[in-house]
Design a protein around this ligand. Structure first.
Ligand SMILES: C[S@@+](CC[C@H](N)C(=O)[O-])C[C@H]1O[C@@H](n2cnc3c(N)ncnc32)[C@H](O)[C@@H]1O
Length: 484
């Protein structure tokens, strides 16, 4: 098991290319029928908008046949950027009231090709791996952003000019994350953008101007990064379906205890989207949606923010026999055999998908489970070392921390102590101490530093929480034993 937190960095060239402000206007004959795709690096404070004085988004939605509750306003939130709030003096909004409704033509998404330019765009989108769905939608956004007469211009003009996602972090702050799984994802995205820039340039090099999806404008990793980030920070994928951008609805900020939810009606080709009050919304209160119950890796990578005390946050580990032997030895297990499990143990590990071909070795600590069920079951089974003791228990029982000591208090205490050792190993992989991180944050560093340091601090605090929780359980086991 390799503890995951370790420093690494995005290749300098990748970062440089993404941070370079680039906007190359090509043929002057098209200059009046298109808008610049210029992008800049992450801002130090709340992001400015694409247009310095953007049109009123709320009025545009109403003009185009949408509904906006009369109490709603778009307001600046000191920490979350713009947001939707209920105005004072309009009275509370009762649960069930419709807050925003968008007719089917307002959501922006990839569409069936309606011409040669669309066909080229779809061909480009087909080259993007499914996991980077935000880039596919981003291409469509970039297509509309390039047009001077886009139907969606009032929406696009209100989009942030910059994003605080880590692909735009300066190199120092990428290093400041100190957490290998996220560094891996950031590197992957940066590399993809650089490669994709080449593919896009190659493809568009032979496309006639009238079929060019970006009105003849140059597209580089910087503008592609802007588009991917605009989509990942704002798109909704309801019921796992095609992602889409929902004007105005995407001004609502996130909360794990939201007071509103999105409802989708109509058919797939013309979805009618609305936001409905889930609870009473007080005057002046922000309208919030739940973006999902995910770890901070997801929120930082896709949305550019970190949630403190996020109960869904996790530290990722890789199931590895050698490290587990070391951890269980540190926990006082006399002769652990994680590196060489017996045949009957191999069978159970295979059922847990931790052994054999196609095994998924990624496990986690933290989140609602506290200890990944697959990891906990593996620890219990290997430490028990007795097939008869294990045989009477199903996998569900072995995977649950709620099941108190299914294989007896001695096995349980050793398994939990092994997790404690893993937490300690993981803590040691961070280069800084909690107190150092807290001191950095007190000095109010630049936003990207703050995000990186807050991200790693939250991981460490999570590990400490798990250590405290498991220590309590081990004490209880000892008490139970002495009572017996
Ligand atoms: C769908 S947009 C919401 C509108 C956005 N605040 C704006 O200014 O356009 C999502 C973005 O809002 C910000 N945001 C939303 N919820 C947040 C929260 N709970 N904490 C911090 N930032 C938040 C993040 O920048 C995120 O990428």
């Amino acid at each position: 098991m390799a503890a995951a937190a370790a420093a690494g960095a995005t290749p300098a060239t990748a970062r440089k290319a993404l941070l370079t402000t680039t906007a190359t206007l090509l043929s002057s004959s098209l200059a009046r029928s298109r808008r610049s795709l210029s992008c800049s690096a992450a801002a130090a404070s709340a992001a400015p908008r694409i247009a310095p004085q953007p049109p009123d988004l709320l009025r545009w939605v109403q003009r185009e046949g949408g509904f906006v509750h009369p109490a709603l306003r778009v307001v600046d939130h000191p920490e979350h950027g713009l947001g939707v709030s209920a105005a004072a003096a309009e009275g509370d909004i009762p649960p069930g009231d419709v807050l925003i409704a968008l007719p089917g033509r307002l959501p922006l998404r990839l569409r069936r090709p309606a011409g040669a330019a669309d066909a080229v765009l779809v061909q480009l989108a087909d080259q993007v791996p499914e996991e980077l769905w935000a880039m596919r939608l981003g291409l469509r956004l970039l297509q509309e952003r390039a047009k001077s007469d886009s139907f969606w211009w009032p929406y696009i003009a209100n989009l942030p000019e910059t994003f605080t996602v880590p692909i735009f972090f300066p190199g120092e702050d990428i290093k400041n994350l100190q957490y290998a799984p996220l560094l891996h994802q950031v590197n992957k995205r940066c590399r993809f953008l650089l490669e994709f820039e080449k593919e896009v340039k190659h493809k568009l090099g032979t496309v006639p101007l009238e079929d060019h999806p970006f009105c003849g404008q140059d597209v580089n990793s910087s503008s592609l990064g802007w588009a991917m980030s605009a989509a990942s920070t704002r798109a909704f994928r309801l019921h796992g379906e095609i992602p889409m951008l929902l004007p105005l609805i995407d001004m609502c900020n996130h909360s794990f205890n939201p007071n509103a939810r999105i409802v989708q009606e109509g058919n797939v080709d013309s979805p009618d989207m609305s936001v409905v009050a889930e609870t009473k919304i007080d005057q002046n209160a922000a309208v919030t949606l739940n973006y999902g119950c995910y770890p901070n890796d997801f929120f930082l990578l896709d949305y550019g923010f970190v949630i403190t005390s996020n109960s869904y946050d996790q530290v990722e580990l890789s199931y590895d026999g050698t490290l587990l032997d070391a951890a269980s030895m540190a926990a006082g297990v006399s002769s652990p055999n994680f590196s060489a499990p017996a045949k009957w143990q191999q069978d159970i590990l295979s059922q847990l998908n931790l052994y054999g071909e196609g095994a998924i070795l990624k496990v986690s600590i933290g989140g609602p489970e506290i200890v990944d069920g697959r990891l906990l079951a593996a620890l219990r089974v290997i430490i028990a070392a007795d097939p008869d003791a294990v045989s009477g228990h199903d996998l569900k029982t072995l995977m649950s921390l709620k099941e108190k000591a299914p294989l007896g208090p001695a096995v349980e205490a050793s398994a939990l102590r092994t997790v404690l050792a893993l937490c300690t190993f993981a803590l040691q992989h961070f280069h800084t101490k909690i107190m150092e991180d807290e001191a950095i944050l007190k000095r109010e560093p630049p936003l990207t530093t703050e995000l990186a340091v807050q991200f790693r601090l939250q991981k460490k605090l999570l590990l400490l929480d798990v250590i405290q929780n498991l220590s309590r359980r081990i004490k209880m086991l000892a008490l139970d034993k002495s009572t017996v």
